[in-house]
Design a binder for this molecule. Structure first.
Ligand code: BG6
Length: 493
C-alpha cells in the first residue's frame, strides 16, 4: 500500500547518509509502489546545485547502493520528483522561498499538504531548523507535518533535554520520529514475534530458565573518515546509548497489552527504567570495560591504532569498545546478567543476540555428564539474518555420547540480499505515521541517564582505559568478567 502523498525535505542532501541510505531507500519504496506519484523530494544543503546535478547525484547513489537494479524508464519517472534548493538554514528568508516551492510541488504532483522534514544534520542544527520551519510558514498546512531526525540526540541527558525542549516549541512529541536504524532491521523487529508468538520461548523467557543474555554488536571498520565526530562521541554515545540499549529493551520488555506503538514503547521504557544504575565509579570499573584499539592486523592487513587515525587526537582517551555487565532489576530478570559489547576493529562484522538457558536440573539420568551443553537461542541480526537453537542430542553410534546440534532458520539465505533496508522501513513507517520503531523521548532520556553515569566515571583521570589490538575481540578484562560469573562469550559468526 502506498504511503499518503507528501513532500520530503532532505536536509543534508549532499551528505553521506543521503547518498548511501536515503536515496536508495526512496527508490526501492517507489519501485515497490510504496511511494505513489503524489510525492516530491526537495534536497536541501548549503552548497549550490542545479536540479540536474542533484538528480545526477541521486542517480549515482542508487546505482551504487540500491538493492534494485535501476532501469532507465523507471529512473526518469522517479527523477522528476526530485528538486534541489540551496539553503542557509540560519536564514528564515530561504524557508519562505521553500514554502513557495512547496506550493508549486503540491500543485504539480497533487500532494495533499503533507510534509516530512528529514534532518540528516548535526543535532545542534535541529533547533534552528525547527524554528525556521515554523517562522518560514512551512508548518501552516492542511496536511500533517512530521520531523524525522537522526542520532545522536544530544551528547548527554542535559543536552538532550535542551534539544528536546527546543523541538517541543515547534513540534508535538507525536510528530517527532527519532531514528535508531537498528529498530528498522528485520531481525530486531522479529524479536517481538519470536518472543510473543512461540510456545517454545514465551514461557521460558525469565530468570527461572535463562542463565544470561549476550548482545554483541561488532564492527571490523575503524573510524574511517569520521574521526572528528567519533573522537568526541566514542562507542558509548555512538552505539550503547542507542542501538545496544534499544536491542536490550526489546529482549527484556514485558509483553505489551496491544501491539500499538505507545503500548510497546511504554514497555520498552519500563525495561530501561529497570536497568540497575551504577552507583559508584567503582561499580562502573567492575562492570564496564572501556577499550581503545591499538595497531594490529585483520585478514593479513596491517591496521593502525586509533590514536593514529585521521582527525583523532594522538592522546585521545575516547573509547572504541564498550563491554558491560548490566542487570534488569525486575521480577522477570532478577539475577540474570546481560552482557553487552560493541567495538570497532573487531574480527568480524556481526550483530548477534545469544540467549543462554539454564541447564536442566541434575537428575539421575544425566548426573555429572560433561558432554551436556546449555540450550542456546541465537538471533542473528546482521549481516546474516536468522535464528538458530542449540539442543543436546545423542550422537549417532553405539557410544552413549551427547552432542549439541543446531536447528537453523536462515532468513537471509531464503530471501538473499534482497530484504528491505532498515531505512526503507523507517521512511515508509514515518510516512504512514507508524511510530513503533522510532524512539520516544522518555526512552532516549532514560538511556542517557544510564550511560551518563559511565561517562561520568570515565571522566575521572584514574579510570582505566584498556587497550586491544585492532582485529582482536577487545580487552581481555571483558572475558574475565564473564568467567567470574561462570560463563564465557559464545563464539559469534
Ligand atoms: C551508526 C554508528 O549509528 O551505526 C556507526 O554511528 C556504525 O559508527 C553504524 O558504524 C553501524 O550500523 P550498521 O547498520 O552498519 O551495523
Amino acid at each position: 500500500i502506498a504511503a499518503a502523498g507528501a513532500v520530503y525535505y532532505l536536509f543534508g542532501a549532499t551528505g553521506d547518509l543521503a547518498r548511501r541510505k536515503l536515496f536508495p531507500a526512496l527508490f526501492s519504496l517507489y519501485k515497490e509502489g510504496k511511494l505513489a506519484e503524489d510525492f516530491a523530494v526537495v534536497g536541501l544543503a548549503r552548497r549550490p546545485r542545479t536540479n540536474e546535478q542533484f538528480r545526477e547525484d541521486v542517480h549515482e547513489s542508487i546505482k551504487e547502493f540500491c538493492r534494485y537494479k535501476v532501469d532507465d524508464a523507471l529512473w526518469s519517472k522517479f527523477a522528476e520528483h526530485f528538486v534541489y534548493m540551496p539553503l542557509d538554514i540560519n536564514n528564515v528568508e530561504g524557508f519562505r522561498e521553500l514554502k513557495g516551492l512547496t506550493e508549486q510541488l503540491d500543485a504539480k504532483f497533487g500532494i495533499p499538504g503533507n510534509r516530512l522534514f528529514y534532518l540528516a544534520l548535526a543535532p545542534d542544527l535541529f533547533g534552528p531548523v525547527s524554528f525556521n520551519l515554523r517562522d518560514g510558514g512551512l508548518l501552516e498546512t492542511q496536511g500533517w507535518s512530521r520531523l524525522v531526525i537522526e542520532k545522536p540526540f544530544g551528547y548527554d541527558l542535559e543536552s538532550a533535554r535542551k534539544l528536546n525542549k527546543q523541538l517541543n516549541q515547534v513540534f508535538q512529541e507525536e510528530q517527532i520520529y527519532r531514528i535508531d536504524h537498528y529498530l528498522g532491521k528485520e531481525m530486531v523487529q522479529n524479536i517481538q514475534v519470536l518472543r510473543f508468538s512461540n510456545a517454545f520461548f514465551e514461557p521460558l523467557w525469565n530468570n527461572k530458565h535463562i542463565a544470561n543474555v549476550q548482545i554483541t554488536l561488532a564492527e571490523t571498520v575503524g573510524v574511517e573518515e569520521r574521526g572528528g565526530y567519533y573522537d568526541k562521541s566514542g562507542a558509548l554515545r555512538d552505539m550503547v546509548q542507542n542501538h545496544l540499549l534499544q536491542m536490550l529493551s526489546m529482549i527484556a520488555m514485558e509483553p505489551p497489552s496491544r501491539l500499538h506503538p505507545e503500548d510497546i514503547r511504554d514497555e520498552k521504557v519500563k525495561a530501561l527504567r529497570s536497568l540497575r544504575p551504577f552507583a559508584t565509579d567503582e561499580e562502573v570499573a567492575r562492570n564496564v570495560v572501556r577499550g581503545q584499539y591499538t595497531a594490529g592486523a585483520l585478514k593479513g592487513k596491517d591496521l593502525t591504532g586509533y590514536r593514529e587515525e585521521d582527525s583523532v587526537n594522538p592522546e585521545s582517551k575516547t573509547e572504541t569498545y564498550v563491554g558491560a555487565r548490566v542487570f534488569v532489576d525486575n521480577f522477570r530478570w532478577a539475577g540474570v546478567p546481560f552482557y553487552i559489547r560493541t567495538g570497532k576493529r573487531l574480527p568480524v562484522k556481526t550483530t548477534e543476540v545469544v540467549i543462554e538457558f539454564k541447564n536442566v536440573p541434575d537428575n539421575v539420568l544425566f548426573a555429572n555428564r560433561h558432554d551436556l551443553s546449555p540450550n542456546l537461542l541465537v538471533i542473528r541480526v546482521n549481516p546474516m539474518e536468522g535464528i538458530y537453537i542449540k539442543i543436546n542430542a545423542k550422537k549417532p553410534g553405539v557410544d552413549n555420547v551427547i552432542q549439541p546440534v543446531s536447528m537453523e532458520f536462515c532468513q537471509s539465505c531464503q530471501i538473499g540480499i534482497n530484504t528491505p533496508e532498515a531505512y526503507e522501513r523507517l521512511i515508509y513507517d514515518a510516512a504512514r505515521g507508524e511510530s513503533t520503531y522510532f524512539t520516544r523521548w522518555d526512552e532516549v532520556a532514560q538511556a542517557w541517564a544510564f550511560v551518563d553515569r559511565m561517562a561520568q566515571a570515565w571522566r575521572e583521570d584514574n579510570s582505566e582505559l584498556h587497550t586491544y589490538a585492532a582485529g582482536s575481540w577487545g580487552p581481555a578484562r571483558m572475558d574475565e568478567m564473564l568467567e567470574e560469573d561462570g560463563f564465557f562469550w559464545w563464539p559469534v559468526n
